[in-house]
Design a binder for this molecule. Structure first.
Ligand code: ATP
Ligand code: MG
Length: 501
């Protein structure tokens, strides 16, 4: 990639860029001010500047500076250093976190590589990168031009070194440098391209699109925990349906979920449902979506195993196998795996309706998720609406105030982060600026119901995904595609909400 700009550097004053000051978070401004007063350069950067220019309220704020993480740590009492691949500092204000990263250099020449601080795999993937640099250096290690705009909230000047402003105005998504090389050094940028295309409604540059097919397979070399974070970001922030469509079109859904049939109506309905819930500010959980995404594979496995086992064993083994295979690509945190398996195993029990176990089923911690799942299946025409109606009515007859695990754990953020904190643990802080999106797709049902933490799913991990991908998977796995089970394939057109709340 080029390491120097082919664009003129633009510095725009407040009346030229039109950023609304009210949308800038005070905590972020105070971090920038603190750094500048200590003699460092500091700017807001990345998605927050992009969103400010689009007139939207950023969900979090990132600061870039020439102070090292150690300098930041010394300067702010509230700072904490995190990350291995990239060391960065988090400055905390209550539950808000401002992420402060040091200007870094991009490396192209092999000669430049100092394996103490930076390394690259045979495929060109950047494994570690802690070369500090200048502001200009920092611009060219970023992914898209629209993500490489720098804003000084004190002088209110906007700095554009890579043509980001022009692309933003044209709603164009363009990588800085040669797309193939930039994707190769970090294939997660492919997923980021999908995310920004869906989220911003931008048009990806043709050269960027052309580079994807040859490189997409490299996603399988990304640590599965990092991919879980990316998948959560892709699907739980309000544009899942569009995102899934693009992922299907570009054959990325198949790479991330090799046992899934991406065109399934049930998946499309679940994505739509999730987007609607996000728009209504209702909680959403990755567990519910993953249960839907893997459902056909699960059913096919149950169908095979039932030939040699009893139902209960077949279901349990099918669930374990299904999750274990998925974990090779996108790692499902344990608490979500449990949620998924329970949601699945309740389906046949709900399909049977009545019986003496009704009240017990109603009190099951996963009842609401299973009920929503059932409703989604009915919406797609694979089971009778009457079954859902039965459970809707019976809930009115025997209302359950709260289910133990649901009420115990606190909600989770969209990225799987626990909402209610245990004092002093420091988990689950939210990035500054944005609304706090709770987790648990199905509202009351959507909570994972199990508070065991998993680093892969904490919100900070998700928002710093370019900073933690240092490890590679030891071995490439063989991809396998299963035939969808007839009963699981959602048919018919989904519409309306699967949820009854
Ligand atoms: P969002 O609004 O979803 O948070 P964002 O652009 O802020 O989008 P972040 O993941 O918060 O995304 O990253 C902040 C910034 O860090 C990006 O705007 C980009 O400049 C840079 N960045 C993040 N990930 C990468 C990556 N994989 N490669 C290069 N630059 C990256
Ligand atoms: Mg961001």
């Amino acid at each position: 990639m080029t390491t120097s700009s082919t664009h003129d550097t633009l510095i725009l004053a407040a009346d030229e860029h039109g950023i609304e000051e009210d949308l800038v978070c005070d905590n972020a401004t105070s971090v920038v001010r603190g750094l500048q007063e200590a003699g460092y350069e500091a700017y807001l950067v990345g998605g927050c500047v992009r969103d400010l220019l689009l007139g939207a309220k950023p969900k979090d704020f990132d600061v870039a500076t020439n102070a090292t993480p150690e300098d930041v740590h010394k300067l702010f009492r509230r700072a904490r250093m995190i990350g291995r691949r990239f060391r960065i500092a988090h400055v905390r204000f209550g539950r808000d976190v401002i992420e402060v990263s040091t200007f870094r250099k991009h490396h192209e020449e092999e000669d430049d590589l100092d394996y103490q601080t930076s390394a690259r795999s045979e495929d060109g993937l950047v494994l570690r990168d802690n070369f500090y640099g200048t502001l200009e250096d920092d611009v060219f290690r970023r992914d898209f031009t629209v993500n490489a705009l720098y804003y000084d909230p004190i002088t209110q000047e906007l700095h554009d070194y890579a043509g980001g402003l022009e692309d933003l105005k044209a709603k164009r998504l363009r990588l800085i440098g040669k797309p193939a090389a930039r994707f190769r050094e970090d294939p997660v940028r492919i997923l980021r391209a999908v995310r920004f295309t869906a989220k911003l409604g931008f048009t990806p540059d043709q050269e960027l699109l052309d580079a994807i097919p040859d490189i997409a397979e490299l996603l399988t070399a990304i640590p599965p925990a990092r991919l879980f974070d990316e998948v959560a970001k892709l699907l739980l922030h309000g544009w899942a349906e569009k995102t899934w469509e693009i992922m299907t079109e570009l054959e990325l859904a198949y790479i991330l979920f090799p046992t899934t049939r991406p065109e399934s109506d049930l998946i499309a309905a679940a994505m739509r449902n999730t987007d609607r819930r996000v728009a209504e500010d209702k909680p959403v959980t990755p567990g519910f979506l993953l249960a839907v995404i893997l459902w056909e594979d699960y059913q096919a496995r149950v169908g095979e195993l039932i030939l040699s086992q009893n139902m209960q064993v077949a279901e349990q083994r099918a669930g374990d196998q299904c999750v274990a295979e998925q974990n090779l690509t996108v790692a499902i945190p344990r608490r979500f795996a449990q949620f998924i398996k329970e949601t699945w195993s309740l389906q046949p029990r709900l399909e049977k309706r009545g019986g003496k176990g009704v009240q017990k089923l109603l009190r099951h911690p996963r009842f609401r998720a299973a009920y929503d799942f059932l409703a989604l299946r009915a919406e797609c025409g694979v089971i009778e609406e009457d079954i859902v109606k039965y459970w809707t009515d019976i809930q009115l007859e025997y209302p359950v105030e709260s289910r133990p695990e649901e009420s115990d754990d606190g909600e989770e953020t969209a990225d799987g982060e626990t909402k209610r904190k245990r004092p002093g643990r420091g988990r689950g802080r939210r990035r500054s600026g944005g609304p706090r999106k709770a987790d648990g797709n199905t509202g009351d049902s959507g909570n994972s119901g199990n508070s065991s933490g998993n680093s892969a799913s904490n919100g900070r991990g998700a928002s710093t995904s370019d900073k933690d991908g240092e490890a590679r998977k030891p071995k490439r796995r063989r991809r396998r595609r299963r035939k969808p089970a007839a009963a699981g394939g959602a048919q018919g057109q989904a519409s309306g909400s699967a949820s009854n709340d």
